[in-house]
Design a protein around this ligand. Structure first.
Ligand SMILES: [Zn+2]
Length: 302
């Protein structure tokens, strides 16, 4: 498989360091297959009233390069928005909103909203099912009650199940996490349905909630957990995930937890080629994404 190093921050800034560069990139990506008017489907356009807008020659409708993308109606410089996407997707531990707000000189609320938009598209495509040996384990994590900052005595417990692929050389492959409301078979089944190949050699602990899944996952086996010692890889992953959630993102409510899990595993599954955001089409995915409204973002409950 061809791997490229991807763009370093310096290279990224030289390509996407100004509003003009970002708009030109958006224009090229958006209309790479030619212009089609969204109103009348006519394919001829001329330059619009504003620079880089396209105006339909037939009906006169104008479209901006940012319309129908993640960058629609972004109220700050577009090069800053590109920079935030780069930081969130490529940095080892992600970028929290306090840091983003300082770096890009926007309000924390602005940084938080934009980050939530990006997170909304970091969920698994469900195209790469985990296969081979897959360890599955469930755990609880404290999440602050709505409106409370940080951890407190009154925090809620959220339940999570994670699935980790173990490669032939013993190293960890891809992994996914899913917020669940309880440890019932029905709840646990979600991560199996969405992320695990039915031929996978799934190994779980002895919890009875997994047993009925053997009807679908014929190779599922259960091992009694020896205080986690017999599942070292998945326990390292759970510990890392918990540390990341508590450290970088101390304010993570239950209803946004799934988005944080998606963000974590998005980066985790690309840990060897995080910086290839242009070459691998990661950036394209975000350009094509529909921008969410504020209302949609605050209601992104799982
Ligand atoms: Zn038209």
């Amino acid at each position: 498989m061809k791997t490229t190093r991807g763009l370093s921050r310096r290279e990224f800034e030289s390509r996407f360091g100004t509003n003009e560069q970002c708009m030109e990139f958006l224009t090229n990506q958006k209309w790479e297959g030619g212009f089609i008017c969204r109103v009348c489907h006519h394919s001829q356009s001329r330059v619009g009233k504003k620079c880089q807008f396209k105006r339909c020659k037939k009906c006169g409708t104008e479209e901006s390069p940012t319309a129908h993308t993640l960058f629609h109606k972004v109220k700050f410089d577009i090069y800053k928005a590109f920079g935030m996407v780069y930081d969130i997707l490529t940095s080892k531990k992600g970028a929290n909103t306090i840091w983003l707000a300082e770096r890009y000189e926007v309000s924390q609320n602005t940084a938080w909203l934009f980050k939530r938009k990006i997170q909304a598209y970091m969920g698994s495509s469900k195209n790469n099912l985990l296969s081979g040996i897959v360890h599955v384990d469930e755990f609880e994590i404290g999440t602050p009650k709505t409106g409370q900052q940080g951890r407190s005595a009154t925090e809620n417990k959220s339940r999570v199940v994670i699935a980790v692929e173990i490669l032939n050389d013993g190293k960890v492959g891809n992994a996914y996490g899913q917020v669940i409301k309880d440890f019932s078979t029905k709840s646990l089944k979600r991560i199996f349905d969405n992320q695990i190949d039915t031929n996978a050699q799934v190994v779980t602990d002895g919890w009875r909630g997994y047993s009925p899944l053997k009807r679908i996952y014929k190779r599922l086996t259960q091992e009694l957990s020896n205080e986690g010692k017999n599942f070292p890889e998945i326990h390292i992953q759970i510990r890392n995930l918990k540390n990341w959630l508590r450290g970088t993102h101390s304010f993570c409510e239950a209803k946004t937890l799934q988005d944080y899990l998606n963000e974590y595993f998005y980066r985790f599954n690309r840990r060897n080629h995080r910086q290839n955001i242009v070459e691998n089409g990661f950036l394209k995915r975000f350009l094509k994404a529909k921008s969410l409204t504020y209302y949609e973002i605050i209601n992104l409950a799982t």
